[in-house]
Design a protein around this ligand. Structure first.
Ligand code: ADP
Ligand code: F6P
Length: 323
């Protein structure tokens, strides 16, 4: 394979730049001409595809976001959009594509392989950590640490005022950031999309914690919780209990920006090199997965077929320790 392209798609994640750098430099090292696509699948359709070299990715390893920009592209959901994208790649004689993104982006990549025989390899890049078959995705560790730092700060003020804080972290469909930040931040309660939320049960557990002598409490809420966002849940709790003045903090997109952690950079470096080597080995329609500190390839479909839910044992540990 003489020409490859790389794009980032879906929500940006810290460490995507480190992954782009690794893909570009691994390609250069293998005498492959490498192209960068701007704004994900939209750039592919529009033909915003430009050559890159080792210097195009200088001094980006420590920056969040993605120098290639990203987008959500409704046109790529249609076969006609994908045909246009494939024609743009064919025009430049590009035979391989590295897609850095989440499972939505993988659906698009999988369709591109099936319909147009373009060799694609996925690199898991999303703060949500919700891609099946890989224990970690690029960006999760950084986002988690930002959430934990926020919880630590909120605990200081919560403790000073004997208050309850509802802290909303990201995760529209996934409770990974919520679960890990609750554990690392020593939260008193956790609400995630994976478990049905019972407001009366929550109030009862807050009362029990108070009876055990707790004067301030942190409840971590994933944004996609079934009982609503943190503001709604706090209101329900205030209306139905003696906990009349809870405070709410929504960390939001702060979790998506900033300096990527060393873990995310190392993961990105390894995955970027593996993606290029996988394409050169003739493999396609696969993702790079991280398992037990080793990388392996898995079918792209595993991303949604094996969709990961957090380990219920983590919840048990949280419950055991939040007394
Ligand atoms: P993520 O990759 O982070 O999960 P999205 O779910 O928003 O983000 O998906 C990113 C993009 O991938 C979408 O805007 C769309 O262009 C493409 N995509 C998502 N799902 C599909 C699908 N079923 N078929 C084709 N393309 C898809
Ligand atoms: O998928 C990553 C993520 O940050 C989710 O946690 C969040 O629900 C969503 O993206 C927010 O997306 P947007 O960029 O459209 O606000």
């Amino acid at each position: 394979m003489k020409r490859m392209a790389v794009l980032t798609s879906g929500g940006d994640a810290p460490g995507m730049n480190a992954a782009i750098r690794a893909v570009v430099r691994a390609a250069v090292a293998n005498d492959v001409e490498i192209f960068g696509v701007q704004r994900g699948y939209q750039g592919l359709i529009d033909g915003h595809i430009a050559p890159m070299d080792a210097r195009s990715v200088s001094s980006i390893i420590h920056h969040g976001g993605t120098i290639l920009r990203t987008a959500r592209c409704p046109a790529f959901m249609e076969a006609s959009g994908r045909a246009e994208a494939a024609a743009q790649l064919a025009r430049l004689d590009i035979a391989g594509l590295v897609v850095i993104g989440g499972d939505g982006s993988y659906h698009g990549a999988h369709a591109l392989v099936r319909e147009h025989d373009i060799a694609t390899v996925g690199i898991p890049g999303t703060i949500d950590n919700d891609i099946g078959g890989t224990q970690f995705t690029i960006g999760f560790d950084t986002a988690l640490n930002i959430a934990v730092e926020a919880i630590d700060r909120l605990r200081d003020t919560a403790a000073s005022h004997d208050r309850i804080f509802f802290v909303e972290v990201m995760g529209r469909h996934s409770g990974f950031i919520a679960m890990y930040s609750a554990l690392a931040g020593g939260a008193e309660a956790l609400l995630t999309p994976e478990q049905p939320t019972d407001i009366n049960g929550l109030i009862a557990s807050l009362r029990e914690a108070k009876d055990r002598g707790k004067t301030s409490m942190i409840v971590v809420v994933a944004e996609g919780d079934d009982a609503g966002p943190a503001h709604t849940i706090a209101e329900h709790v205030a209306n139905a209990s003696e906990f009349k003045e809870p405070r709410v903090a929504v960390i939001g997109h702060l979790q998506r920006g900033g300096v990527p952690s060393a873990f995310d950079r190392v993961l990105a470096a390894r995955m970027g090199v593996a993606a290029v080597e996988t394409l050169l080995a003739g493999d396609r329609d696969v993702m790079i997965a991280f398992e037990d500190n080793a990388l392996r390839t898995r079918p792209l479909e595993d991303a949604w077929r094996l969709r990961t839910r957090f380990d219920p044992d983590l919840f048990r540990v949280l419950q055991l320790l939040c007394v």
